[in-house]
Design a protein around this ligand. Structure first.
Ligand code: ADE
Length: 226
């Protein structure tokens, strides 16, 4: 079973994404356990402060090390973490190959950043990996954490009904997915490509591969370079 611990100051933001569809099914099937930890529960001061002013001055608050450290300690009393990931726009850009690697781990913790950042000592001493979901800045690491967790969990064996469906995802073989169609055969005069109705499996697979290559050449030629 893959165990994912998420550390956040906004647990409410993560409840919905983890309680529907594939993520909820994966947890019910006991293939994955996702635990959300409220960093605020690990403060020692009476105002439950998790952030403070930046040393040296400048606008914006910085997440404090102590509550994060105490939260990680509590998790590590129960399991040994393989990775402690920090979601941050200056991390390594998330790609399918990272999702594949992470789906093979046992215990992963994900720290959601907030405010102007997190005390650098957290990154130096606890974090094993820093991940960005793209070159844009979000208000916090919760949505990025939800993206990361979703992309990992769907790859855990048994999570998807038809296991092959993750293998045919875009990016798995550096190709985008081919177009897909469903009923009706004709809508508004627009036809489904005849080959898909032929029942000829080999021809259909060849057609799909050809379309995948064509689409990748048009939209993401960079993927074909390596
Ligand atoms: N936190 C804020 N923006 C982010 C991004 N693009 N990726 C990961 N974490 C973030």
């Amino acid at each position: 079973m893959l165990h994912i611990d998420v550390l956040t100051v906004l647990p409410e933001l993560l409840e919905s994404p983890f309680s529907h569809s594939i993520l909820s099914r994966a947890q019910k099937k006991k293939l994955v356990k996702i635990e959300i930890h409220n960093i605020r529960d690990f403060t020692t001061d009476k105002h439950q402060k998790t952030d403070d002013y930046m040393y040296g001055g400048s606008a914006g608050m910085v997440m404090m090390i102590e509550p994060i450290h105490r939260c990680l300690q509590k998790i590590q009393e129960q399991r040994q973490l393989d990775e402690i990931i920090f979601m941050t726009p200056d991390g390594e850009k998330l790609e399918q190959k990272h999702c594949n690697q992470l789906s093979l781990k046992k215990n992963i913790a994900v720290l959601c950043g907030h405010y102007k950042g997190v005390d650098e000592r957290v990154r130096e001493h606890f974090i094993t990996r820093e991940i960005s979901i793209g070159d844009y800045v979000l208000s916090g690491g919760e949505l990025p954490a939800a993206v990361l967790v979703d992309s990992i969990v769907r790859l855990v064996p048994g999570v998807l009904n038809d296991e092959t469906s993750a293998l045919t995802d875009s990016f798995q073989d550096n190709l985008l997915s081919p177009p897909v169609y469903t009923r009706p055969e004709v809508y508004n005069g627009w036809q489904v490509p005849g080959i898909l109705l032929s029942g000829h499996e080999k021809k259909i697979n060849d057609w799909r591969h050809e379309k995948a290559v064509e689409r990748t050449k048009q939209r993401r030629p960079d993927l074909l370079k390596d």
